[in-house]
Ligand binder design. Structure first.
Ligand code: SAM
Length: 263
């Protein structure tokens, strides 16, 4: 029998929208002048806890930080084939700025940070960022969402540096379809990363799976089957419209329909 706790639907499982720090120039400008070059984390005075309470009265304890706009895949539902125009490096958050911002949020009550992108593993100082985040008092979870292409080799060190939770994106179990959907090869590398994560004790390893009609909706039960014998949670995600991602309502599989196929 399938363990229902290991199968999630994003729209059912997220309790509140996470606080986001984008990788764009506004954040960078706000912090670039006040950051030391040394990655030294000084505690900041506790700001009002109201800072992280939204207009619905919800306290946000979860911050997502986008480490880069770059990605080594070109998933059809996410990016155009030619990629996206990249922000000049000087306007992006440096390692020190990321740690400083994280420190401000953690001091205000954030206890979970997710590193994302773009593809976070293409950032060269990823291990260092994890290491310094793990020194923030009060931060309980450092999570990362990754496509898993280069994760397998990096993961042992990332774990030592404090990476405590993993979401790996995978939308098909069929290698040829993977190449079509991502416009790149690499299916076996992602599968290897999932196995490495399990071997290293990540539990659960979460798999993010964007469902598109006519593309991979026939694989929903195969993904569920993955959870039968391994500590894997599958999170089925509705296909969302982005600029230039050729979203079409006909390709959307609503979560209720996904759930119907699973139960
Ligand atoms: C933008 S990626 C960034 C992190 C990393 N590169 C990865 O692939 O996991 C984060 C998540 O967003 C999902 N995503 C991207 N475009 C989407 C879309 N149009 N609709 C729903 N989810 C999407 C991806 O599948 C992935 O799970």
């Amino acid at each position: 029998q399938v363990d229902p706790m290991r199968v999630g639907l994003r729209s059912l499982t997220s309790n509140s929208a996470p606080t986001r720090v984008n990788y764009g120039h506004r954040c960078s400008n706000a912090y670039s002048t006040c950051c030391a070059t040394k990655p030294e984390v000084q505690p900041v005075e506790t700001p009002s806890s109201d800072m992280l309470v939204d207009s619905f009265g919800r306290f946000h304890n979860y911050l997502r930080i986008s480490l880069t706009e770059r990605c080594n895949l070109r998933c059809q539902y996410c990016m155009p084939a030619e990629g996206v125009e990249l922000t000049p490096k000087a306007e992006l958050l440096s390692h020190d700025e990321i740690i400083r911002i994280a420190n401000l949020f953690v001091t205000s009550g954030v206890d979970k940070i997710r590193l994302t992108g773009g593809e976070p593993t293409v950032r060269k100082d990823l291990e260092d960022i994890c290491l310094h985040l793990s020194g923030l008092k009060g931060l309980k979870t450092i999570a990362m969402t990754t496509n898993g292409i280069v994760l397998s080799k990096k993961l042992p060190r990332l774990k030592e540096c404090g990476l405590s939770a993993l979401n790996i994106s995978l939308d098909t179990l069929i290698p040829a379809k993977f190449e079509f959907m991502t416009r790149r090869k690499g299916h076996s590398k992602v599968m290897e990363s999932i196995d490495t994560a399990i071997q290293l004790g990540y539990d659960p390893v979460k798999i993010n799976c964007v469902i598109m009609r006519g593309m991979n909706d026939d694989e929903i039960c195969d993904f569920v089957e993955l959870t039968r014998h391994k500590p894997i949670n599958v999170r089925f995600i509705e296909f969302m419209p982005f600029d230039g991602n050729v979203w079409n309502v006909k390709k959307l599989v609503p979560y209720a329909e996904i759930l119907d196929k699973v139960v």
